[in-house]
Design a protein around this ligand. Sequence first.
Ligand SMILES: [Zn+2]
Length: 419
Amino acid sequence: MERISILTIILVTVVLSFCLNKDIFAQPNLERISISERSDGKGFVIRNHLTATPDSFKITQPSSDLIQFMIYSDKLDAADFIKPDLPAAIRNIEYQKNDAGFGFDIFLEAGNYFRSSAYHDRNAKHILIGLERATKEVVDQITANSDFIYWYDYHQDSFAFDFRFSADDDAFIQMRNNNGFNVIVLDPGHGGHDPGAVNRSLGIREKDIALAVALKVGDYINEHMPDVKVVYTRKDDRFVELARRGKIASEANGDLFISIHVNSARSPQAHGAEIYFLGLARTASALEVMKRENSVIDLENGGGPMQLSEEELLIFELANAGNLAISERIAMMMEDQFRNRAQRRSRGVKQAGFMVLWNLPMPALLIELGFLTNTNEARYMASDYGQTILASAIFRAIRDFKQEYDRSSRQTNNRASND
Ligand SMILES: [Zn+2]
């Protein structure tokens, strides 16, 4: 008995000293990050200066302007590491510690295409990220097969997803006509003297988030759907009357109008995205959101808020059944993107009488990205990372609908030519 105990102690001691030598019990520390240009000018090397080898790491490239890198190590200490100076090709690097280790979002300047890889430095415990210049086509192929890393998946207090999509996905699409689906109007809500919702303690304003996300959506469309034209109702921080926004969309012969907003609520717990198309508000909360977004009319005319009557909305619904069906279809696709790709809580597709959507001769949606009154969500929506994911969810829905539209147009044309 005694002999076994002694043997065990010796064995444990040997194993322990072996392990300590191998740094297995040493706490890895990320001391600093440095970036150097490759001597052949073909890219960059980002060096992560670690004091011990981490468990593992992963790199992904979900979008041409975003590379994500994760170092797995539950004991990784990176509290006060030194951040690098950035070369012109890299717009920003954001860092965040989470329950599984340390995550990076590397944002690239537009027009810079890099293939990324991550590997151990053979001589040190450092991990290197290689960025090698590549063509747009190569990067497009990589991003098509890469998914975003959702950092909040690595946080124990992550967001709740308590709502599952269950719409009739194969619903028949009533296409308006065969003129094509080629002009997208992006409408960032508010602007100028009208900040929209404001989170004063964080200093975050609805008008800024709406503009940043709209510009990103436009960039994605321009990059990946070159035959689609993007029109903005505003591209900077200026006030544009609601009626003027509709006029811009009509004059551009828009095929889809997307108004981008941010929600607020009395309860700081309320969170998630809501997607609206024009119609009778069928729930009390939809009515509340509608009243708030319509109240911008107050600022414009100094009068009482303009409301659409139930009769007006009913007549509109009847007269615009085709556009409403398409609006609802795209809203459903966007809902699916928000929930399943962007992993955001979605509060569903709703109808309400938004003035900005009124009398538009095209399918039209209004998106409330999330709640500024929810601290977590406000920070998320104000971050480059959050805006990239939200914009990409909107972009993917537009792209998916465009593909569906083009397919159904081809079928209609084939049928017509066979007759
Ligand atoms: Zn708004």
